[in-house]
Write a protein that binds this ligand. Structure first.
Ligand SMILES: [Zn+2]
Length: 326
């Protein structure tokens, strides 16, 4: 390819000196367009001299279904302000091994697909993709306004499949994660309230949480005005574990003489705990049979449904008495 003819708009400041299309990749050799107009990569001022030339391999967006490698002749330049440094390139960040537009495309895809998939799609190492994704998330978070939460959600989650735990605090209204820390004790979550400060703590109106942790004590200490709300998921799970399962075991024990009936009860564990709407038709039929044959189980099952409806109620009157009806 002729050096003086190959001017493409993609790589501003450079011209295509050579282009090779291979079965799986495209190699593009880029030479500086006008060495006289070089600028300092740090401050953007015109360079006062040329220090050295560096050849660098840089990935760009795929082209013609092929991976694109640019072989770029970059210059280290002298700057009256910064000393020596790499020249400014409009489409390349300092020290980057890929073009800005490739990094942008990777970041955009990371918002939709797992890092592993994006890495496979662009034929990049997953750690490179993860770093781009992290950088983008960091920029996104830094651009967010300072959070002013009024209602919080606190929860814990297991690290490395159990034994070690971490705690997380969210803004219930914006669903933004405000804080994450190791452990689930009172002391573990204390730094969050300390970082919130007295004014921030005073602003908190309500905190949703599960029923098994020390969170409520710590909330009462820092935000005495806040209402503690045990969230539906944890309450229903606890009710399932401690009430429904208990009644089910008692029912099975009473049927010690009737082996087939006993087996039906014992096997109904998940049927009773799962959301009825998520059961298949034949599972719903089995559940109905179990409930029809066991009055105590039916009672606690109906009470579970009523318990859930407490959280969906929009005013107190209709739900004030119904828990005792069953
Ligand atoms: Zn400079």
């Amino acid at each position: 390819m002729q050096e003086d003819k190959a001017c493409l708009p993609f790589w501003k400041g450079f011209r295509v000196a050579d282009l090779q299309v291979e079965p799986a990749l495209v190699r593009v050799l880029l030479h500086p367009d006008d060495p006289a107009s070089l600028c300092c990569g740090r401050c953007g001022r015109p360079a006062t001299g040329l220090h050295e030339q560096i050849d660098r391999s840089i990935r760009d967006l795929p082209m013609l279904g092929r991976t694109v490698w640019l072989q770029v002749q970059l210059r280290r330049v002298c700057c009256g302000h910064c000393g020596t440094g790499m020249q400014q390139v409009a489409w390349l960040d300092r020290h980057a091994r890929m073009t800005r537009r490739l990094a942008q495309a990777v970041a955009l895809w990371c918002a939709k697909l797992p890092v592993k998939h994006v890495a496979a799609m662009f034929e990049l190492h997953w750690s490179t993709v993860r770093e781009i994704h992290r950088r983008r998330l960091r920029q996104f978070i830094e651009a967010l306004p300072e959070p002013q939460p009024r209602r919080l959600v606190m929860d814990e989650f297991a690290l490395h499949k159990g034994h070690r735990y971490a705690s997380v605090v969210l803004d219930a209204d914006t669903r933004r994660v405000l804080w994450i820390g190791q452990g689930r004790s009172r002391a573990a979550v204390r730094p969050f309230f300390e970082s919130l400060g007295p004014v921030g703590c005073e602003r908190i109106e309500a905190v949703a949480m599960d029923m098994n942790t020390a969170f409520d004590l710590e909330v009462r200490r820092h935000c005495p005005q806040a209402r503690i709300v045990y969230d539906l998921f944890h309450v229903v799970a606890k009710y399932g574990r401690e009430v429904i399962s208990r009644v089910r075991v008692d029912a099975a024990n009473r049927l010690r003489q009737d082996k087939p009936a006993r087996r039906v009860i014992k096997q109904s564990h998940w049927l009773l705990l799962r959301n009825r709407a998520n059961l298949k038709v034949h599972e719903q039929v089995r559940l109905d049979e179990v409930l029809a044959a066991n009055q105590p189980l039916l009672t606690v099952y109906v009470m579970a449904e009523q318990l859930k409806s407490l959280w969906r109620a929009t005013c107190p009157e209709p739900v004030q008495n119904f828990v005792f009806e069953a």
